[in-house]
Design a protein around this ligand. Structure first.
Ligand SMILES: Cc1ncc(C[n+]2csc(CCOP(=O)(O)OP(=O)(O)O)c2C)c(N)n1
Length: 330
């Protein structure tokens, strides 16, 4: 992996981290009137997978979608405006943090329903195959998603039809406050369990962003070569509370010791140290990267703040179903 690629990876991780830390800092102002699920601590996967995917490739995600959207090349301004509920948002301010769509960059949607977008991602892959395109459909999801029935149906269908779909599981050990130990039998590996459906599957360290990039690139190569769907499980950890800007270790569902162990494996610090050791990163280059990110993020928040809310008349546009009026369906 070239130094330039590693530097680009570092820049992307830093950018996602800075955006989310700024969301966390400003959230208590009460202007972002939607729930937010931050990926701080687990950005290595989104940054590396986003870099490995091409612009033409498609992606879907779930409630923790900011990092995936930015990794796929989504507009920072449109994402922040969406979180602020503004008309300039990527869903015209009607979706909020958990509902991000930007077809221009192949980000085909995220929803709050756990596993809800898994069949959508597989359906997109079916479309790609029928049209004989060379794209890949990437499904970003958490470890809890593999406990939903629709996940098994979707993987089975993807295997049956040999679809160009990449499942990227960010295993951060928790489903809200429930650890894997209360959800899965002891010693079970998610990657091994999923392999039982006949899909090529592997697990690895999600906080080693360079290796995530390499593994993902290999998996995408296999998909493009017609070798069918691939499942990648990356172990990682969220630092903040499940939903919201704060830390929540005090409520007792996880220990401070576990949290600190994972903090010591910060994907950002690790990549930065490697680059410093190789002489590829010094403080002036890092300051330059940080400054560029800072300016971009400041401008994007300003854009979101300055944008208008959607008109009330827009409430019934962009609907799949006809609006219900006067208690009767139209
Ligand atoms: C169908 C459904 N069931 C339950 C919930 C409530 N819920 C929201 S997030 C979540 C856990 C998600 O865990 P995971 O998929 O591992 O992602 P993470 O939050 O760890 O990133 C649950 C159970 C929901 N949104 N949808």
């Amino acid at each position: 992996m070239s130094i330039d690629t590693q530097l680009e990876l570092l820049r992307r991780i830093k950018r996602i981290r800075h955006v989310e830390e700024e969301i966390a800092r400003r959230y208590p102002e009460g202007k972002m009137r939607c729930p937010t699920h931050l990926s701080i601590g687990q950005e290595g996967v989104a940054a590396a997978v986003g870099l490995a995917l091409s612009k033409d490739d498609l992606a879907v995600s779930g409630h923790r979608a900011h990092a995936h959207y930015l990794g796929k090349g989504g507009s920072l301004q449109a994402m922040l405006a969406e979180i602020y509920g503004k008309a300039t948002g990527c869903c015209s301010g009607k979706g909020g943090s958990m509902h991000l769509i930007d077809e221009d960059v192949g980000f085909m949607g995220s929803t709050a329903i756990v596993a809800g977008t898994v069949p959508v991602g597989v359906g997109l892959a079916y479309g790609i195959k029928l049209k004989k395109h060379k794209q890949v459909s990437c499904v970003f999801h958490g470890d809890a998603v593999v406990e939903a029935g629709v996940f098994f149906e979707s993987v089975n269908f993807a295997v049956l039809k040999n679809l160009p779909v990449l499942f990227v599981c960010e295993n951060n050990l928790y489903s809200v406050y429930s650890p894997l130990s209360v959800r899965q039998p002891p010693g079970r590996s998610i990657a091994d369990m999923v392999k039982g459906l006949g899909i090529s599957s592997q697990s690895s360290d999600g906080n080693d962003a360079s290796s995530v990039y390499q593994i993902t690139l290999d998996a995408i190569g296999k998909i493009r070569a017609g070798q069918g769907p691939q499942f990648l499980e990356f172990s990682t950890y969220r630092w903040r509370e499940h939903c919201g800007p704060f830390y929540d270790n005090d409520i007792g569902y996880r220990t401070e010791e576990e949290f600190n162990d994972w903090k010591a494996k910060d994907p950002l610090t690790r990549l930065r140290s490697t680059l410093e050791e190789n002489g590829a990163l010094n403080s002036s280059l890092e300051n330059k990267i940080d400054k560029e990110i800072h300016l971009e993020v400041e401008a994007a928040f300003q854009f979101a703040e300055d944008s208008d809310f959607p008109e009330a008349s827009e409430a019934y546009t962009d609907l799949y179903a006809p609006a219900i009026t006067d208690g009767a369906s139209a």
